[in-house]
Design a protein around this ligand. Structure first.
Ligand code: NAP
Length: 276
């Protein structure tokens, strides 16, 4: 018999570092939703069977994190356009015996930038460092905000070019190698979507791209300031942020998809950073 408490969880490998249970439990408390949200460590070879098992036991939805975001794409019956462009799914919903796949990373970033931080994007010059999964997840949403220009710089230029071509129907995107970012180009916002520096490698960030009006946003977040965050502060950025807000906002979007209620993210973000 299925439990009367709706069951959710996050599947990843490893997954013990995930803040998702804490975030979703705080959302549930705030919105008075009776849910259960578990941390589910699942290796790649058992992903499909574990998802089936979760669904057959009456589970309502899953967040999917590394390294399964691409693999799980194939297991959904229906995919949203934003997940399709991302080529990755971070939210599964089980409804009427069907599996719906979505990607809430892009919305999460845009809500943090536009609503929480009030950083304007329309008509602005935006530079994204990196062309991996995270950039794929955010690019269509950034183009929807109608920036004046969007440049993607990546170590492997081919990946940036493929992505720019894929979204060309949504807006114009230029590309360049990470080592060849044009300096003094009036960037209003620089988003770091690389995983560089996280393991302590030397900085890869070029000089001459930050002005005193430039906002810098690192998708990565940590207990200590991330290398990009610090570099931006030291380079005289107008303001520099880590991706804690995006983390909470992408979770809020998943919660809204599942429960039909958008939680108030501000107190949850505050509590998360305080407890971290
Ligand atoms: P990914 O798919 O593995 O892509 C990694 C990117 O970093 C690629 O563009 C890669 O370049 C670049 N890179 C890695 N090491 C580098 C180095 N030493 N020098 C230069 N470039 C390097 O990872 P992802 O999923 O896009 O995630 C990127 C970051 O975003 C991660 O730190 C992740 O934690 C963060 N993120 C945060 C949130 C949030 O909610 N705040 C959500 C999603 C992701 P190549 O293409 O040349 O390999």
């Amino acid at each position: 018999m299925h439990s009367s408490i709706d069951s959710y969880g996050v599947m990843g490998y490893p997954v013990s570092h995930s803040y998702s249970p804490e975030i979703h439990n705080l959302f549930a408390l705030q919105t008075q939703q009776k849910i259960k949200y578990d941390l589910l460590q699942v290796s790649p070879n058992e992903l499909e069977s574990k998802i089936s098992e979760f669904k057959s036991k009456g589970g309502k939805g899953l967040n999917i994190t590394l390294p399964h975001k691409t693999e799980v794409f194939k297991l959904a019956n229906q995919i949203t356009e934003r997940a399709s462009i991302a080529g990755a799914v971070n939210t599964l919903t089980f409804r009427n015996d069907k599996v719906f796949g979505d990607n809430t990373d892009g919305v999460g970033l845009i809500r943090d930038l536009s609503v929480n931080l009030e950083i304007p994007l329309k008509n602005k010059n935006i530079l994204i460092l990196g062309a991996g999964g995270a950039t794929r997840g955010i690019i269509s949403l950034i183009l929807e905000m109608k920036p004046k220009s969007l440049l993607i710089a990546n170590r492997t230029i081919d990946k940036a070019e493929v992505l720019a071509n894929q979204v060309s129907h949504l807006g114009q995107v230029s590309t360049c190698h990470l080592d060849a970012i044009p300096a003094f180009k009036n960037y209003d916002l620089i988003i770091n979507a690389t995983s560089a520096g996280i393991k302590g490698e030397n900085s890869i960030y070029p000089t001459g791209i930050i002005l005193n009006k430039t906002y810098c946003y690192d998708l990565s977040y940590g207990l200590k300031p991330t290398p990009f965050y610090e570099w931006a502060v030291n380079s005289g950025a107008h303001q520099s942020f880590m991706g804690w807000g995006m983390l909470v906002e992408q979770a809020a979007e998943s919660f809204n998809i599942w429960r039909g209620i958008r939680p108030n993210t501000a107190p949850v973000l505050k509590k998360l950073i305080t407890n971290a």
